[in-house]
Design a protein around this ligand. Sequence first.
Ligand code: GZL
Length: 309
Amino acid sequence: MPSHRVGQSGGTDMPSRPIVLGFSQLGSESDWRNANSQSVKEAAKEAGITLIFDNAEQSQRKQFEAIRSFIQQKVDVIAIAPVVQSGWEGILSEIQEAGIPVIIVDRTVDTADASQYVTLIGSDFYEEGQKAGKYVLDKMAASTGPIGIVELKGTEGSTPSIDRGRGFHDTITGTDKFVFLGSEYADFTHEQGKDKMRSLLYRLGGDIDVLFSHNDDMALGAIEAMEEYGLQPGKDIVIVSVDGTRKALEQLIKGKINCVVECNPLLGPNLMQAVNEIMEGRTLPKRIVTPESVFTEVTAEREISSRKY
Ligand code: GZL
């Protein structure tokens, strides 16, 4: 397949054939991830872009294998949703040597050379953590403390886990009435969220007043663990989560979750626009941030009917 690149002058010999995009998706660990994949597939079809999609099942090694396959196939653009932040310099150099432009999607990568990718399309996870922390400050304003907080963290080393945690902790630690009792990595999955919440309850039981979960799937698992333990989620323990899936909003309406910070997975249209602009030789911003909101018991009813995922 002849490869077409952005011309030296910045112009490009637009291919007479459909643009080919290789997308390394990190996995299918959560409803958010599946909605993200669906958005990319639908947007590619809508844009007439040929999509080569690979699901790495949360393995960075499998992402590298998929990317090397994209290079061999001489795709026009490579998009990567990186499972963790570190370890990408080598593979990004291989792509650069092949002359293929790169778009980073959703999470980010650590690299000393920002020229190794054209743009990053995704959320501001630190701000999402701050929003979660602000909700807890408001919700617990009348309490004198001590208020025991536990945390279910996403995939270790992933941008959302690192930055949501930083944003939340930076917001909460301003007052001494909050006590962080413990945190567990639960890999953004429902199953591990339930399992790790069980162990936190076993260790800390009635001392837990607040759970901050880095995503909805882990929060939904934690709700099951709390009910097994004989506690009322949303009442005995305040729950704040991130994503905004339909299942989480349903629990929000039932009062079993108290706040869901939105993280928008529908990045497909932004990605395809960026691909087209690269192929047209246009300059893109280094960062494209998706707009997001916060859902509480008050706004959930209004939002749930419009949720696509
Ligand atoms: C955030 C995304 C996270 C979601 C999880 O943009 O990377 O990964 O919050 C998903 O649900 O597994």
